[in-house]
Design a protein around this ligand. Structure first.
Ligand code: ZN
Length: 113
């Protein structure tokens, strides 16, 4: 098993150095667009919101119009409990953090519609 420690794995060639820079850039961009803990963070906030004032009825997913097949299969009208909401970005989404699928809180007055 390879160990990718900074002191153990340094680029030996210009190509390798370039690849490492790209790796870093990719990670950076993903983080800028959607942090890895996006789902956990947002869902935790909604969970709190539901407990605190009861004005949040649940969470809906706003689907990326331009998004992957997986996201197109989601029911845009569905209201989830934060515990049951699909994890965003969807595990199989090729766009990963760049997928524009986002959570939207559903307020109680909206869900009673
Ligand atoms: Zn997607």
């Amino acid at each position: 098993m390879a160990v990718y420690g900074q002191s153990l794995w340094l680029p030996q060639t210009a190509d390798e150095a370039e690849n490492m820079a790209f790796d870093w850039l990719n990670k950076f961009h993903k983080e800028m667009v959607k942090p890895e803990n996006y789902a956990e963070k947002i869902l935790a906030q909604y969970r709190l919101g539901m407990k605190a004032k009861g004005s949040i009825a649940g969470v809906a997913v706003v689907v990326d119009e331009d998004g992957c097949a997986e996201s197109q299969g989601l029911d845009a009208a569905a209201i989830y409990h934060p515990d049951d909401a699909p994890h965003l970005p969807l595990p199989g989404c090729p766009k990963g953090g760049r997928c524009q699928c986002v959570y939207r809180p559903v307020m109680t007055y909206q869900s009673k519609g």
